[in-house]
Design a protein around this ligand. Structure first.
Ligand code: SAM
Length: 332
């Protein structure tokens, strides 16, 4: 079958699909959602397992997707996760399959996920201090995260990446400690700049910890040199730590945007295609699916949705407007 690439008018082609499996989460990270949670998507709007797998199948067979990352919300709370992973693996043995997770409960699911064909995990962990973990996530679950990480490593779901967001006055002093720990444990650490994607609209450019501040903090203890491997479309800039082989990544979405190399497309848990995290428009594939559209019609809608992708996220434009949906409902 002839592949119709998910191309935009700036020459970018999306081959990396982020699939949100739920907007629900069992943590309440302060930079993501309020303590009381959010109005979750009504159950009947969330794609069924069959609908998710059908859309992934179309994206792989007809649209050139080569990498699928399951996210949320928290993907581990989706009951059908292992089955969705195994059905996705059955579509194509060469697809790269990963999940982004807070790792709560991963120690119980890691073996099943590996057996289902998952390649690797990205785990979010912003601090190693139990009290700071509680302050950020409003839950006392740091031990579950550490257990989940260890289980992922033991099952060979690697390289195991750890993503950390630094918050001013809360954990911004922890960058070196996190890096020392990650190197000792064999995890690949990446720092992510905080983005204007929180439900409470509390993000401020002046308050966020920038990549520059992260470098300054790390370079007090480590020598960082740019890694030689080409970055390609990867969001993280990689640095060798003390000459390598250990590395650290910095995802400077705000201060050093990498939109020109973006190869990502997102599918929300309720079946909307978003061509950018910061897109203000979505394309409704759920309605198409449920009104009996053929695979070719759905693929056509998807191609059109991607063609309209903007050149950049525009966070620094005076006209920037935060998207209506927060990160947890888009799929981070
Ligand atoms: N629950 C999963 C997890 O914790 O990884 C997947 C979804 S979560 C929204 C994905 C990632 O987005 C996490 O690493 C989280 O720290 C990050 N995140 C959430 N809100 C963010 C924000 N405003 N800026 C930057 N990263 C954010």
């Amino acid at each position: 079958m002839q592949i119709q690439p998910l191309a935009d008018r700036f020459g970018r082609v999306a081959t990396d699909l982020r699939v949100s499996l739920t907007d629900r989460c069992n943590l309440r990270c302060s930079y993501c959602m309020p303590a009381e949670g959010l109005d979750w998507l009504p159950d009947d709007t969330v794609l069924t397992d069959d609908e998710v797998v059908r859309l992934i199948d179309i994206s792989v067979r007809m649209l050139g997707i080569r990498e699928v990352r399951f996210t949320g919300g928290e993907p581990l709370v989706r009951r059908g996760l292992v089955d969705i992973v195994s059905r996705t693996r059955a579509l194509d043995s060469t697809l790269e399959l990963s999940i982004t997770t807070n790792a709560l409960g991963l120690s119980r699911q890691a073996a099943a996920l590996k057996a289902a064909g998952l390649d690797r995990v990205n785990v979010s962990l912003d601090t190693l201090r139990a009290d700071t973990f509680h302050e950020i996530t409003r839950r006392d679950r740091i031990k579950d995260v550490l257990d989940g990480l260890a289980a992922a490593r033991a099952e060979g779901l690697g390289p195991v990446k750890v993503n950390a967001v630094l918050l001013r006055g809360i954990n911004d002093d922890e960058a070196p400690e996190l890096l020392r720990w990650a190197i000792a444990e064999g995890y690949d650490l990446r720092f992510i700049e905080q983005m204007p994607l929180d439900a409470q609209h509390g993000w401020s450019r002046a308050e966020m910890i920038t990549a520059e501040e992260i470098f300054v903090s790390l370079e007090r203890e480590f020598a960082l040199t740019p890694a030689t491997e080409p970055r390609g479309s990867a969001p993280a800039e990689l640095f060798c730590v003390d000459g390598g082989p250990a590395t650290v990544g910095v995802i400077a979405s705000v201060t050093r945007p990498f939109c020109g190399d973006c190869d990502r497309v997102r599918l929300t848990a309720d079946g909307q295609v978003r061509n950018c995290l910061f897109a203000r428009e979505e394309s409704d594939l759920r309605a198409a699916l449920r009104s009996g559209a053929s695979d070719a019609e759905i693929a056509g809608r998807w191609v059109t949705a991607m063609a309209g992708k903007r050149a950049g996220h525009g966070i620094d434009d005076p006209t920037f407007l935060q998207p209506d949906r927060p990160m947890s409902a888009i799929g981070g």
